[in-house]
Design a protein around this ligand. Structure first.
Ligand SMILES: *Cc1c(COP(=O)(O)O)cnc(C)c1O
Length: 390
């Protein structure tokens, strides 16, 4: 197919829910994406944080091929070697979360965490944060703050309130004996790349404990090395009762998971389930992905490269930049104007990046990005960001 045909078919027959870029990407390699003409782009999106291992990692390809020729599907009622290996591994990554529910995407992980919270506490209320993003199905959308995602879909699930992020007093005032759970991102992603302050996350833990509410940390974007630790909450030393993850868990294959702490009760056969959840193919991919993360020490790479990139960005003396912030390789550059025109210019210069809200340029490169690629990114950014100043 030539690029013209690809664009035309997608324009005609896609649902229409995505603003399509004028790029047809057909291949990837490490931190590079390649279009139909062979033109290379530096991927600073990672598919919104999915491709932490980079594209076309041979260990993922090999694991998929092997497992696809062995066993692809198996309902969770039947134990399986790949699944057992995965759930032993994933629950060893963080202390205090000894059980896991497997599903297929981020929003499903959040739905499960919300359901488990109501079941466990027999309470109905949830407290979420302003600027939060937790997904687009009704439960997770109810926890999501931004009107842009909610509009047109009301009435949403009752019982959700939103309070200012990083504001301990607001959280303290919102949580009560009716609260089933508080749900927070350790670093708000879609909302503009805002890391939580350590005081705030520790206070959230303390407030939840005081009221018998559960703490859900949504690590769907921040998980699996992105912020310099396997999970972002490990930068803070705060352990939630429920930790949602997905995105890069299975090296790019769709998979979500909820890690579950000891305070979560009433999880008995039949209360929740998923047809594809825990299928051996996704589990094999996740096993391969987690071993690559350890072999290549991707969390440490994210920390070192994140510090390197952040240091360089902070020295970009563009008068158009309001602030640079982030954790590890989850970085936001807040501009004084809209981010969209800069993203178009970056794309013209073969760098793919994301926005986060109206004014933030978000960088989520694969954790395997090289230092040369980071230097290139910074020099193109310098050019593009200063270009605007005229
Ligand atoms: C992407 C994301 C989700 C939703 O994940 P999907 O797989 O798109 O459903 C939820 N929470 C956070 C923090 C995310 O970044």
């Amino acid at each position: 197919m030539n690029p013209g045909e690809i664009f035309e078919i997608e324009a005609l027959h896609s649902a229409g829910t995505y603003a399509k870029q004028p790029l047809a990407i057909v291949r990837g390699q490490g931190a590079i994406l390649i279009d139909e003409d062979g033109k290379e782009y530096l991927d600073c999106t990672s598919g919104h944080g999915v491709a932490n291992l980079g594209h076309a990692h041979p260990k993922i390809a090999e694991a998929l091929f092997k497992q696809a020729s062995t066993l692809i599907t198996l309902f969770e009622t039947y134990p399986n070697d790949q699944r057992a290996k995965l759930i032993a591994k994933i629950t060893s990554l963080i202390d205090g979360l000894d059980r896991v529910f497997l599903c297929n995407s981020g929003t499903e992980a959040v739905e499960a965490a919300l359901k488990f919270s109501r079941l466990s506490t027999r309470r109905t209320h949830f407290v979420a944060a302003m600027r939060s993003f937790h997904g687009r199905t009704f439960g997770s959308l109810s926890a999501t703050f931004n009107k842009k995602y909610r509009q047109g879909f009301e009435p949403l699930v009752p019982g959700f309130g939103h309070v200012a992020y990083n504001n301990i007093e607001a959280l303290e005032n919102a949580v009560s004996g009716e609260t089933a759970a508080v749900i927070l991102e350790c670093v708000q992603g879609e909302g503009g790349v805002y890391p939580a302050s350590a005081d705030y996350l520790h206070a959230a833990r303390r407030i939840c404990d005081a009221y018998g509410a559960l703490l859900i940390l949504d690590e769907i974007q921040s998980g699996f090395g992105r912020t310099g630790k396997m999970f972002a909450c490990q930068n803070y030393g705060v352990t939630p009762d429920l930790l949602t993850c997905a995105k890069s868990l299975a090296g790019g294959i769709p998979m979500g998971a909820v890690l579950i702490g000891r305070k979560v009760k009433n999880l008995t056969p039949g209360v929740h389930g998923s047809t594809f959840g825990g299928n051996p193919l996704s589990c094999a991919a996740a096993n391969a992905a987690l071993s690559v993360m350890e072999e290549e020490d991707l969390p440490a790479q994210a920390e070192a490269k994140g510090n390197y990139l952040m240091g360089k960005l902070k020295k970009l003396a563009s008068p158009q930049i309001r602030e640079v912030r982030g954790l590890g390789l989850m970085i936001g550059i807040e501009m004084k104007q809209k981010a969209a025109p800069y993203l178009i210019k970056l794309q013209e210069k073969q760098i793919l990046a994301l926005n986060a809200g109206m004014t933030v340029i978000r960088l989520l490169p694969p954790l395997v990005i090289s230092y040369d690629q980071i230097d290139h990114l910074v020099s193109v950014l310098a050019e593009v960001l200063n270009f605007e100043t005229g």
